[in-house]
Design a protein around this ligand. Structure first.
Ligand SMILES: [Zn+2]
Length: 176
């Protein structure tokens, strides 16, 4: 009987490892402050498509990331005046939603422009934390735009050369 219990324990461990496969995603998205759930779902979907699958991690809790954990993408609903629209360091990317809003958010065009700004900064931030470098191609999400106009003109995704480097970078991040 005892031997059976041990075997069952091992099987249970293997099973739970399988069930939590989503937790092996290299990116987890968390929110802080008021964040629209539709925008959040859109970001989970887009970053998963453009880079690598994203786990929806719920509310951000300070100090939970360990050195080897996934990249943490934080959508922040509130920010102080003068805060950068986005920042990234030590595997944590923060996108300050308020800093990306247009003055007039009443039109559907404005709301789409805003959502795309968030997507572009999230993709660029995550890609750089995974190990990609800024890109000189103005249409690539990794282009270091200097004006809001440049931000609005670049794409939400990576250019073909950056896409080409992505699998190697992801592999290195996974095995670091
Ligand atoms: Zn590029």
């Amino acid at each position: 009987m005892k031997r059976f219990m041990v075997a069952w324990g091992v099987m249970w461990l293997a099973l739970s490892g399988f069930v939590s496969a989503a937790d092996t995603n290299l990116v987890v998205l968390r929110t802080v402050g008021g964040v629209d759930s539709e925008l959040k779902a859109r970001l989970v979907s887009w970053v998963s498509t453009a880079i690598t699958p994203v786990t929806d991690g719920g509310i951000a809790v300070p100090g939970t990331r360990t050195g080897k954990g996934p990249v943490v993408l934080i959508l922040a609903g509130e920010c102080k005046p003068g805060d950068l629209p986005a920042s990234g360091t030590n595997g944590v990317v923060v996108v300050n939603l308020k800093a990306l809003k247009l003055d007039d958010m009443t039109t559907s065009v404005a709301r789409e422009t805003y959502a795309r700004r968030v997507e572009k900064l999230a993709v660029a931030g995550v890609a750089m934390q995974l190990g990609l470098l800024p890109c000189p191609f103005p249409r690539c999400a990794l282009y270091q735009h200097e004006t809001v106009q440049d931000l609005d003109e670049k794409a939400r995704g990576l250019c073909p050369p950056c896409m080409g480097k992505l699998p190697e970078v992801i592999e290195r991040y996974r095995n670091r």
